[in-house]
Ligand binder design. Sequence first.
Ligand code: CKX
Length: 602
Amino acid sequence: MEQELLYPLTNKCRFDQKLDGLWDFEFDRESQGLADNWTAKLPDPIKMPVPASFNDFFTDKDSREYTGDFWYAKRVFVPGSLRGKLIGLRFGAATHRATVYVNGQEIRSHEGGFLPFLADITSAVKFDEENLVVLEMNNELHRDALPAGDTAVLKNGKKMVKPFFDFYNYSGLNRSVHLVATPENHVVDYTAVSTLGDDLATVHYTVTTSQSVGSVSVTLRDKDDQIVATSNGRTGDLVVQHPQLWNVRDAHLYTLTIQVTANDNLIDEYSDEIGIRTITIAGHQIEVNGQPVYLKGFGRHEDSIYAGRAFDLNVEKRDFELMKWMGANSFRTSHYPYDEEVYRFADREGFLIIDEVPAVGFKMAAASFLGGLDQSFFDGDWTEELYKKHLDQVTDMIHRDKNHPSVLAWSLFNEPDTSSKSAVPYFEKMFAATKALDPDQRPRTFTLNEDDTFDTSYCKQFPDFYLLNRYPGWYHKWGYEISDGEAGLREELDKWAASDIDKPVVFSEYGADTQPGLHKLPSVMWSEEYQIELLQMFNRVFDSYDFIRGEQPWNLADFQTVEGNMRVNGNKKGLFTRDRQPKEAAFYLRHRWLDIDNNFKN
Ligand code: CKX
């Protein structure tokens, strides 16, 4: 049960209850909790909302910046009606590592703060009683973990994270916790991949069950709840006549229902919404259902005031409304897989997602946010251990998200150091090991940052299409020199154009930090006018090269970062403020995007 990642639901065979609300919470400054029996009782807890990052609730800096071990606990009533089923706790995201105890019994540990995990608590649970659920957690950063960074010990003995990236290390139970129950013989996973014919589509499915007894039947229903195809068996084809295809900003979903029966008794049932569509890369085109698509959208963060990196349905709803208002059709889950609800929104709204694993900070120079470390990242002796965790998280991300029609591609790294040859073996291994993970064979990619150019990157052979993060006009050639920035950008793009590489290029980051309300004529950096001028510069460049097939400025909204001399209370490159109100540039870009069709350049 522990490797199962299907989204929980309640129906006549299954049970799902969110355990959100106030939990007990306590810092374990001396890492003595285990020795002092905190699994039985936290000695002096405070109340902490779940889901939430703990950091921004505190008014003292030691607590906000706390780095190390910390604990959560909650009493959970498990109804007797669930006897005979497998009982689990599903944690949407425990950042960054957690060990689960139930009634004092250790259940399992998990590392990786942005993907769900299931703890099978069947053997520990007491029915018709309250059960004590306790989590020992840790939010340190290390070079052999994702996302990468260091944990320093200050002279006063306190720990501090030193991320090799700029987003704030928001920690805690950032997504919902679910109490779930499934039949012992149950649907463990399914895959559904479509191929298209002439006014006909075939959904090729596989279903895995926890036991081999029983038979499996699969039904597909349209939005009017009419059955459009049925099939029997653990693998099979669902043939749909006159299919309504899932398309960009024109989503059509079908409900797939899997039933497991034995001797005419229903044993388990699982339903999910799927879309019928194909994704291909053809030359320098990105295609959905065989038609070229130009990406307009954003790099984003799960970030908002008070609750930090917690998933918040209200913020998500607002973000989708903003993206729709802008005329966007896509986004990247920079720099980690987001809450599953985000993908469900995107499935319904017809947005394309570049789904990114938290392989961020794989570059010592990125530590420049805190002073810089000059060494090639992949020369480090930590890469063997890191690789294992990295592959584990790519595997889980693909496992979790593979059935979402909205997922366009997998991003396996953000801005890794590829300008040293020592990156190549790591990339070779990672791209080989992940090749067959996705039954839909979506393209795989990663973002190339400023130092990793056409001339300097040793890893250009790996991606199926390119994501470029480029900052002329901001991190170099800024202000009055922006014209040289444009010239430099064109020089690099001319090289891509003249090469024999024929793959799409998407600009996945570019932008200028902008203080909302700061107006200057003529513009200066940080003013609203300068942000518009920088976007105009990039757009001129995008429109001059046919192989550029998408633009995703950094970022949808301002977000919290580490403190430092490059940031004024966060990264301000948002087109929207942190409280999701537009800067002037949002109106400019909206105008451009409403004028550009989804099939721009064709
Ligand atoms: N790219 C020079 C990664 C993002 C950062 C962005 C920035 C960088 C730029 C790399 O996570 O926020 O500094 O604005």
